[in-house]
Design a protein around this ligand. Structure first.
Ligand code: HEC
Ligand code: HEC
Ligand code: HEC
Ligand code: HEC
Ligand code: HEC
Ligand code: HEC
Length: 346
């Protein structure tokens, strides 16, 4: 068979092009392979920004409705929900360690919202404070001081404002301190647990959004007690107490979701998988366990700071030897202390 000069030349050129292209292609592949793991992923994550829950509702409307019913959705509300007004004439004081107290009047406050149906959070000179509180009296809300003390030493109690160190957990949107805050709810939003959603809202890809299962323990730390001399003091705020030594704890963040729901409340208004706590336990254990006895509450915790015991039977209240007349829960029983310390990681 005779091959023309022209055909031969075209053939050679074609082969050369294919060769050069594959070298470039392989080169790119190789570059990707040798790149530090995660680099590209991290770059993509950096591009993600917070867009606000409104952007999620179009596609996830059912979850919007569920959030409105749960404790997270209700944790931080606008002041308007309480039908009280800040009396702009009220003078408030900020105690300054080792110095004269500063005074302001409430007209200087820019209100951000109300946390846990109690503290009014607002900013003065771009710094957030608990500036006042709301209290319910005979079904009507009224304004109260956030704290009271005779700061100016005139024999009467003054309104004292307190630093707002609670935001990371109680108003996670506000705590982000974004420049473009208007779109992002100051309280809990979808992005509190799922991370910034800008990429996901356009691509809809599930890889572009966090699943949320890692989020719970950021705020509900699986806390251990702290040492105070010879005794231990049980975590009295936010920690999922004694979870560190629970049989249900396999060491994964998603363990919480064996019992808890992420968005939807049960018939009693709690983030629990079954209609009641008892039904939840019975779904795996039959009728054998009594949840009220096992998950005890701190008898002196008026404001519900103290999460029910999550050791699931390892540390009953009686095993503590607590003094019920003190607000803190002390662990005095030497046997319990020994047992706990052997399991503590701190
Ligand atoms: C344009 C429609 C659309 C918008 C807007 C949208 N999503 Fe989605 N979302 C989807 C779809 C579709 C899926 C299912 C993806 C799949 O299974 O591959 C999904 C899945 C998810 C998942 C599950 C991810 C997983 O790991 O399984 C989460 C969480 C989520 N979305 C959160 C959000 C949040 C938060 C926002 C707002 C910032 C949002 N979505 C906005 C369409 C949307
Ligand atoms: C308190 C943290 C938290 C908040 C706030 C939250 N989520 Fe979730 N979300 C989760 C967790 C955890 C899961 C995984 C649930 C599971 O695996 O059982 C999840 C799952 C999802 C899923 C996929 C599975 C499903 O249930 O449909 C979507 C979609 C979703 N969330 C969207 C949203 C949207 C939209 C909002 C705001 C309206 C929101 N989430 C607010 C924690 C949260
Ligand atoms: C940003 C911090 C934060 C994250 C993340 C968070 N929580 Fe919460 N959670 C809170 C705060 C604060 C409260 C109390 C709100 C109040 O009462 O004002 C609360 C209340 C609760 C309650 C009590 C309400 C009830 O059902 O009776 C449960 C249960 C709960 N969270 C479970 C979870 C689970 C499960 C997750 C993960 C899917 C989670 N939380 C993620 C801060 C957080
Ligand atoms: C074996 C089931 C189970 C597991 C696992 C579990 N919880 Fe709970 N949790 C409960 C029950 C039951 C309640 C009480 C609910 C009620 O009274 O309706 C509760 C209550 C709570 C409360 C509300 C506070 C209170 O005193 O009612 C928070 C917050 C909470 N759990 C967080 C968590 C977190 C975070 C994890 C994971 C680290 C977790 N839980 C793991 C069953 C569980
Ligand atoms: C999803 C299934 C499931 C649910 C729901 C559940 N448990 Fe368990 N529970 C287990 C398993 C599995 C073990 C054994 C873990 C081990 O020993 O490794 C266990 C262990 C226990 C133990 C330790 C003693 C024993 O029998 O091993 C107690 C006490 C307990 N659970 C109480 C509860 C209570 C109270 C509830 C309700 C709040 C509850 N459980 C909900 C699965 C469950
Ligand atoms: C590390 C996260 C975190 C920080 C910081 C934090 N809290 Fe909390 N707080 C929680 C969680 C989680 C709960 C819910 C506990 C539960 O329901 O078991 C809670 C519950 C409360 C409650 C009871 C809510 C109710 O519905 O009655 C009050 C009041 C409260 N916190 C006040 C504060 C104040 C005031 C600060 C700041 C000085 C603060 N918290 C800082 C996580 C936190």
């Amino acid at each position: 068979m005779k091959i023309g000069k022209k055909t031969y030349l075209t053939f050679v050129i074609l082969i050369t092009i294919v060769f050069v292209l594959s070298v470039i292609f392989m080169g790119c592949m190789k570059k990707e392979d040798t790149e530090k793991p995660g680099t590209e992923k991290e770059q993509k994550q950096e591009e993600k920004v917070y867009v606000g829950s409104e952007k999620c509702y179009g596609c996830h409307k059912d979850i919007k409705e569920q959030m409105a019913e749960n404790a997270h959705g209700k944790a931080f509300k606008p002041l308007e929900s309480y039908n009280v007004e800040l009396d702009k004439n009220i003078k408030v004081y900020q105690e300054v360690e080792g110095g004269e107290p500063k005074s302001f009047d409430l007209s200087q406050v820019k209100v951000a919202g109300v946390m846990s149906d109690h503290y009014v959070i607002g900013s003065i000179d771009n710094k957030y404070f608990r500036v006042a509180a709301v209290e319910s009296e005979n079904g009507k809300w009224k304004l109260e001081p956030a704290a009271a003390a005779d700061v100016n030493k005139d024999g009467t109690e003054d309104w004292v404002i307190k630093d707002y160190t609670c935001g990371n957990c109680h108003s996670p949107g506000l705590a982000l301190n974004l420049e473009n805050q208007e779109n992002v709810d100051p309280g809990f939003s979808c992005e509190t647990c799922h991370g910034p959603g800008s990429v996901h809202v356009t691509t809809r890809a599930k890889e572009a959004i966090e699943s949320g299962v890692e989020s719970c323990v950021n705020c509900h730390t699986s806390s251990e007690p702290t040492e105070k001399g010879d005794i231990l003091i049980a975590q009295n705020h936010y920690g999922t107490r004694n979870w560190f030594d629970a049989n249900h704890n396999s060491g994964k963040a998603e363990d919480c979701l064996n019992c808890h729901t992420a968005h939807k409340v049960n018939a009693e208004g709690h983030l629990i998988k079954e209609a009641s706590a008892q039904e939840l336990c019975s779904s795996c254990h039959g009728q054998g366990v009594n949840v009220k006895e096992i998950m005890w509450v701190n008898p002196t915790d008026e404001r519900n700071h103290f999460t029910k015991d999550h050791s699931f039977g390892k540390y009953p209240y009686d095993s503590y030897d607590d003094d019920p007349n003190t607000p803190a829960v002390e662990i005095r029983n030497p046997e319990t202390i020994k047992e706990m310390k052997s399991k503590m990681k701190k």
